[in-house]
Design a protein around this ligand. Structure first.
Ligand code: XUL
Ligand code: CO
Length: 438
């Protein structure tokens, strides 16, 4: 029997907004009804395996600061099991409904692909057994196609077709495993699907490869009857200088070009939106407008650093606005909120993991309540409806449907001789309105 990893043994309780207990929920009450669903079903929280249980606290200037009992030892599979024990212990303490992983987070890479696959299937069996006794389900799985040196020039976009094939083989098994564990989605983040210099990169060739790669994944998903959604996670750069899946709009263009816009959705990450120079809600609203909204990696970036700092979310006003757009988009179907967030490297105590998650969960719950007030009150929605009211007129609707040519429109404007009347955009009124719900 191993020593307990965390200081708690009872699940984090809900104690309400006045509680001073730092390891209690003040806002997240799983069964509280919000807009016709429980908070748990609205928020669909997931813990990510990699930052919580695999990251060693290293940075560009320093090695490991986090020392975990499953990091080093002779038997890699035994260490993976120990890691899984702690992971499921944390899921239980937090009461989260989901988790997410990369293939290489849950099982060690072997000396060959065959050995890696055997390790992965062995750990899949172990996780499946743990899931029988836990409420936590799999939100999504993904293949790590960026850490090993074979992928240094990309996976699907690699100039070497043998690397493309190796990556395809790795994704095949990871998709099988994700299906086996009842995953709700499958994610592809193109960590190195981009370039360091155009001097050695043929953009057309690489985009064609990436389009083929994604089509192979979608075909295989249908072949095995995987019912989850395939999600691409946009990010503009880091580790590459330029990543092809730059942001939601670029991913949509890519999907259209390769005939995949009905098959693939996006997993939008807060920090990646910031790196792309967008507000997080911009990415959500764009994905909704284009019909590809899938799921979210919830975290935050330090706005000054210019890096993907993957901190736990804690800014309620920002989250509230984002959740307003999530709820406006109809909320989550198969998606959810994956904490793609890691501790700071000085937060070395096991309980720091609990503090990060409890704070993030509470910030999201509080923001959800504010966003629900925005929806229920309806003033923001009404202002938007008003602003576009003119387009509901017969003539305007005919223009939008494409039933009027440029010459017909011109003739009507001249014959009517009316000057359009500018209207206020009312930005300050709307911004104040948002603050009134917080
Ligand atoms: C990297 C990132 C990944 C993906 C999964 O920035 O966000 O962890 O979420 O590969
Ligand atoms: Co992510």
């Amino acid at each position: 029997m191993n020593e307990p990893f965390f200081s708690l043994s009872d699940p984090i309780p809900f104690e309400g907004p006045d509680s001073r207990n730092p390891l209690a929920y003040r806002w997240y009450q799983a069964d509280r009804q919000v807009l016709g669903k429980s908070m748990e079903d609205q928020l669909r929280f997931a813990v990510c395996y990699w930052h919580s249980f695999c990251w060693r606290g290293n940075d560009a200037f320093g090695a490991d600061s986090l020392l975990r009992p499953w990091f080093d030892g002779a038997d890699a599979m035994q260490l993976a099991e120990r890691k899984a024990d702690v992971a499921f212990e944390m899921f239980r303490l937090l009461g989260v409904p989901f988790f997410c992983f990369h293939d290489r987070d849950i099982a060690p890479e072997g000396d060959s692909l065959t050995q890696s696959n055997a390790n992965l299937w062995a750990m899949t069996e172990i996780l499946a057994r743990k899931m029988e006794d836990a409420k936590t389900r799999l939100l999504w799985g993904t293949a790590n196609l960026f850490s090993h040196r074979r992928y240094m020039a990309g996976a699907g976009t690699n100039p070497d077709p043998e690397v493309f094939a190796y990556a395809a083989a790795q994704v095949k098994t990871c998709l099988d495993v994700t299906k086996q564990l009842g995953g709700q989605n499958y994610v592809l983040w193109g960590g190195r699907e981009g370039y360091e210099t155009l001097l050695n990169s043929d953009i057309k060739q690489e985009l064609d490869q990436l389009g083929r790669f994604l089509n192979l994944v979608v075909d295989y998903k249908h072949r095995i009857g995987f019912e989850g959604a395939i999600l691409v996670e946009p990010k503009p750069q880091e580790p590459t200088k330029h990543q092809y899946d730059f942001d939601v709009a670029s991913v949509f263009g890519f999907l259209k070009a390769y005939g995949l816009e009905k098959e693939v959705q996006v997993n939008i990450e807060v920090g990646h939106a910031v790196l792309a120079g967008h507000a997080f809600e911009h990415e959500i609203a764009t994905a909704h407008a284009l019909g590809i909204f899938g799921s979210i990696d919830i975290n935050r970036n330090d706005y000054q650093s210019g890096w993907d700092t993957d901190q736990f979310p804690n800014n309620v006003p920002e989250l509230a606005l984002a959740f307003y757009y999530i709820l406006s988009a109809g909320g989550f179907g198969r998606g959810g909120l994956n904490f793609d967030a890691k501790l700071r490297r000085q937060s070395i105590d096991p309980d720091d993991l609990l503090h990060g998650h409890v704070g993030g969960i509470d910030a999201c719950a509080r923001a959800l309540l504010a966003a629900a007030r925005m929806i229920e009150d309806g003033a923001l929605g009404a202002a938007l409806t008003d602003r576009y009211a003119g387009w509901r007129g017969d003539e305007a609707a005919a223009m939008l449907r494409g039933e009027r040519g440029l010459d017909e429109i011109a003739a009507r404007v001249e014959s009517e001789g009316r000057e359009p009347r500018p209207q206020s955009g009312r930005q300050e009124y709307l911004e104040n309105l948002v603050n009134s719900y917080l």
